[in-house]
Design a protein around this ligand. Structure first.
Ligand SMILES: [Zn+2]
Length: 106
């Protein structure tokens, strides 16, 4: 399920969909129907389970940075970490970062 350099290969179109839902899933802002879809898929797909754990780890890290100002370097590191470790690109200034930023300021 991984390439030689350790990046995760998403195996199917379902993976692509689940990948897009994971952020809402960890934030528990996901609709019941989508949650069911993600839960069911996670039972069968280790790549997406790993992606979920990586995302949770990243959010834990973000929350631990409470009082740190979120400067450009931190944002870039988070995007880089997501891309390198989870294996998918985070759209610049889109959903994920918009969700991470308020978390970090709590
Ligand atoms: Zn999957």
């Amino acid at each position: 399920m991984t390439t030689e350099d350790g990046k995760i290969q998403f195996a199917s179109e379902t993976c692509r969909l689940v990948e897009q839902l994971l952020n809402d899933y960890v934030d528990e802002e996901i609709s019941p129907g989508h949650r069911e879809l993600v839960d069911a898929h996670l039972l069968t797909c280790s790549a997406c389970r790993v992606a979920l754990e990586e995302l949770r780890e990243l959010l834990r890290t973000a929350r631990s940075l409470n009082d740190e100002p979120l400067d450009r370097e931190v944002r870039q590191r988070l995007r880089h970490a997501l891309k390198e470790r989870v294996g998918f690109e985070v759209p610049r200034s889109k959903r994920t970062m918009l969700k991470v930023v308020p978390v970090m300021k709590r």
